[in-house]
Write a protein that binds this ligand. Structure first.
Ligand SMILES: *Cc1c(COP(=O)(O)O)cnc(C)c1O
Length: 344
């Protein structure tokens, strides 16, 4: 099911797989400036085999969602934050920045052009939005391209929890790391993902959903969960690893911290979190956050022969409350007092 008409999609059985939609946005950078950019039919692009992205991986991306509300509005969640992070990633990979206002405008254009692909409210699904930038110009020596493309396309996706709000089983890996100090861990670049696929494949063969990566230096402090940020509730405090360069600074992460502090009155600790703390009695809930994962409860954590199941395998009370707050605001069912939601 790749190329299907919007009206033929069964929005009630969508997963997280690629499906073509009607339109994409494309903008070109040449002679040191971006063109206006335009909507075009979704389709293949042509680039030189010597493109920097194909040879040296000069690529960055973002992940966002457009949601339908009960009243039929279309919402985006903190899109300016994605625009800003896109530019931070661009700077790390010596790519040109993209005007944040134009970024958000382009997102809205693509969403409107593909609005018949936004899953209906009652499915719990979303239109996933994928902005990316590639070094498209030809290059031979290792240096940044002179030409770039920004592309924004969309894919309808199902709810993250088709069978309800269930937890996942994760394995802590000491064998593979995702990012090292001084590297590109804080940038949303495809190369971070290319290097993490083997760890994910091996852990899935053992029956886990994903790995938890530890820091590359001590192999002790939790970094993140492959594609999502990590949280633990330890003695009623919300604890999460500091974003000090090796961790992707998630927008969901930032929002959850604010909700926990301001709406639940929780004490927040952003600090080094040893994986050993998860096995202490004080650690009662763990979950991970991201645009795709939203807030996903972690049912169990394993390392070597050790395994811990959290709150009897059910999502904990803090996890549940934070999930209800976040998704309630995103679909405008709870007052958006932080001004996070943008109606398209
Ligand atoms: C995108 C991403 C996240 C989550 O970020 P959000 O802004 O919350 O979607 C976490 N970790 C990694 C590695 C990511 O690429």
């Amino acid at each position: 099911m790749i190329n299907v008409d919007a009206k033929d999609i069964d929005y009630y059985s969508l997963g997280f797989d690629f499906i073509e939609t009607k339109a994409m946005f494309i903008s070109d950078y040449k002679n040191d400036k971006w063109d206006q950019g335009k909507l075009v039919p979704f389709g293949n692009i042509e680039i030189s085999p010597a493109a920097c992205v194909l040879n040296y991986g000069q690529e960055i991306f973002e992940g966002m969602k457009a949601l339908s509300t009960k009243k039929g509005d279309i919402t985006l969640f903190r899109p300016e934050e994605n625009a800003k992070r896109f530019n931070k990633s661009a700077e790390r990979l010596l790519m040109p920045t993209y005007d944040t206002h134009r970024f958000v405008q382009a997102i809205k254009q693509v969403v409107i052009a593909n609005k018949e692909y936004i899953p209906p409210y009652d499915t719990g699904g979303a239109l996933y939005i994928r902005p990316l930038m590639i070094g498209s110009g030809p290059i031979l020596g290792v240096k940044p391209a002179k030409e770039y493309k920004v592309i924004i396309f969309t894919v309808p996706v199902g709810p993250y929890f088709p069978q309800g709000f269930m937890g996942i089983d994760l394995e802590i890996t000491k064998e593979y790391t995702r990012a090292a100090p001084g590297g590109t861990g804080y940038a949303k670049t495809g190369s971070n993902y290319a290097g993490s696929m083997l760890a994910a494949k091996l852990t899935k063969e053992k029956g886990f959903s994903q790995v938890i990566f530890l820091d590359a230096v001590n192999k002790e402090y939790i970094e993140e969960v492959g594609t999502a940020n990590f949280f633990a509730v330890i003695e009623d405090k919300l604890v999460t690893p500091l974003t000090s360069g090796t961790i992707l600074p998630g927008i969901t992460r930032m929002s959850v911290i604010e909700l926990a502090a301001k709406k639940l009155g929780m004490v927040i600790e952003e600090r080094d979190v040893s994986y050993k703390e998860l096995f202490d009695d004080g650690c009662i809930e763990v979950f991970c956050t991201g645009t795709a994962a939203v807030i996903t409860p972690i049912k169990s954590v394993s390392i070597e022969q050790q395994k811990k199941v959290f709150s009897g395998g059910e999502p904990g009370q803090y996890t549940r409350k934070l999930y209800e707050l976040l998704t309630g605001i995103q679909r405008l069912e709870i007052e958006d007092e932080f001004n996070w939601v943008v109606v398209v």
